[in-house]
Design a protein around this ligand. Structure first.
Ligand SMILES: [Ca+2]
Length: 102
């Protein structure tokens, strides 16, 4: 697979995520933010109003050794805030980007 910036993400994956495939510092990144006392899972870029539209799926597990074998905990349009509390008891989370299906 083509990975011209050698950041571990293929060019097609960067297109999907909305990152720059020629800049290794341009990465899809998920983390936790706090707003008004509530913790949210947050990711950048979050492609609100992008064409084609993206959806985001959050997968979660309680034990990382089991791997992310189950389906997504939640499937969301871009820009949807997700309280961390709603994803519990999962302790390990990953965010997947998909092109919106029509
Ligand atoms: Ca890359």
């Amino acid at each position: 697979m083509d990975d011209s910036d050698a950041d571990g993400m293929a060019t097609w994956e960067e297109y999907l995520a909305g990152t720059n495939p020629t800049n290794a510092l341009s990465r899809f990144k998920a983390d936790i933010i706090e707003k008004n006392g509530i913790a949210y899972i947050h990711w950048v870029p979050d492609l609100t109003n992008a064409l084609p539209a993206r959806t985001y799926a959050i997968h979660g597990v309680t034990n990382l050794a089991e791997g992310f074998t189950s389906g997504p905990v939640t499937n969301l349009p871009a820009g949807t805030p997700v309280p961390l509390k709603s994803l519990m008891p999962n302790r390990f989370l990953k965010v997947r980007v998909d092109l919106e299906q029509h």
